[in-house]
Design a protein around this ligand. Structure first.
Ligand code: NAD
Length: 353
């Protein structure tokens, strides 16, 4: 039976397809802007410079210092560059780190953001910003943070390394898995969650086999859009909180942590989430936890937290932090059960429900 729901859809303009990067200049003008400051990481600086050259007078230059976890001092430096450049919007070319910097700028000066997304993490369609100051990561949600335009051009993902394609794809799936049992779930977000996971389930093995497979790259980016939209629409639970704890307390890599944890958190919630989770479980042979674990293993994904440099004592601490700040989850968050879950994730063992 359909449960009562409230559904808020985030306004965003999505432009999808091979070669769509060519539409960037029109989109800047479409936002009633004159010049964009192009943001990237140092790794993607060359691509950003190339784009800047192609844009000509619509480009206000490149700021290529985006970094993981959006440090506030870097945002301040980027803001100064934004003002000095005469830009009136930002153009973020990259994954969650670069998009995070664009969001942090827009959160402070409300400038329009155009994003060209080149990973599958999904940040480009959420009004959520995580930023770090003095070693503490905080998360804010605000309408000014949501990018106005997102361009998904699969051609730009052909060079995304296979390992990163897999982990950022699993990171996207995690948004959908948690979104489908969210306390504030709604039928639209759930539909997106199912097709998003389906698309990534089909695309990732094809990308592992042939990273230049354009059809699979397009399918993966489509899945990333849907899964990211779910993250931006409904609340997250145990999985995202545990990954936040692990990432924040032990400085673990974001996408790898999500990849390792997802089968275990999904298994933890499988029974309690029951009917809501069934369409996703069906995509993995009926057992969501075991099915996701087998899927990740078949793709050569990282499987064990111990391989990320953590110790068993760290797992004790993580379990303690996780139960200290109770939050909504379909199954109660119990310390012994969470510690057992973390042990399996640490060892790289197949999950148990
Ligand atoms: P990333 O942005 O950190 O990128 C990792 C590296 O890959 C960078 O060096 C980048 O330049 C490079 N790269 C990106 N695209 C490439 C491509 N197509 N080809 C070659 N190299 C490429 O990685 P990510 O996983 O996209 O983002 C992780 C960050 O995003 C985390 O800090 C996480 O907290 C954040 N995030 C935020 C949200 C949100 O809604 N706020 C959602 C998901 C992730």
């Amino acid at each position: 039976m359909l449960q009562p729901f409230t559904c808020t859809l985030n306004p965003a303009r999505i432009i999808f397809g091979p070669g769509k990067l060519a539409e960037v200049a029109n989109e800047i003008v479409g936002q009633h802007c004159r010049k964009a400051l192009i943001l990237s990481t140092p790794f993607q600086q060359q691509d950003a410079e190339k784009l800047s050259e192609a844009l000509g007078y619509v480009s206000a230059g490149v700021f290529a210092e985006a970094a993981m976890h959006t440090p506030v001092d870097l945002t301040e430096k980027a803001l100064a560059a934004f003002e000095a450049s005469g830009a009136d919007c930002v153009l973020s070319l990259g994954g969650g780190s670069t998009i995070g910097l664009g969001k942090a700028i827009a959160y402070r000066n409300d400038c329009p953001q155009i994003v060209v997304a080149t990973t599958y993490a999904g940040s480009e369609v959420t009004p959520i910003l995580g930023q770090t100051e003095n070693g503490v990561k905080t998360t804010v949600r605000d309408a000014s943070i949501l990018p106005e335009v997102v361009i998904y051009d699969p051609e730009l993902t052909l060079g995304l390394p296979v390992g990163m394609s897999v982990t950022s794809g699993m990171n996207a799936m995690a948004h959908a898995v948690e979104g489908i049992y969210a306390q504030d779930r709604n039928p639209i977000a759930s539909m997106m969650a199912v097709d998003g996971v389906r698309a990534l389930r089909d695309a990732l093995p094809a990308i592992v086999k042939d990273p230049k497979n354009r059809v699979a790259r397009g399918e993966a980016l489509y899945g990333a859009w849907l899964c990211g939209t779910v993250l931006g629409s409904v609340g997250m639970a145990l999985h995202h909180k545990l990954c936040h704890t692990l990432g924040g307390s032990f400085d673990l890599p974001h996408a790898d942590t999500h990849t390792i944890m997802l089968p275990h958190t999904a298994a933890y919630n499988a029974e309690a989430a029951g009917e809501a989770m069934k369409p996703l479980a069906d995509l993995f042979g009926g057992d969501i936890g075991g099915g996701l674990w087998d899927f990740a293993k078949s793709l050569g994904a990282p499987m064990a937290l111990k391989d990320l440099g953590t110790t068993e004592a760290d797992m004790d601490r993580a379990a303690e932090i996780a139960v200290k700040n109770p939050y909504w989850n379909p199954r109660p968050v119990e310390k012994d059960a969470i510690r057992a879950l973390l042990q399996r994730a640490w060892e790289g063992a197949r999950p148990q429900s």
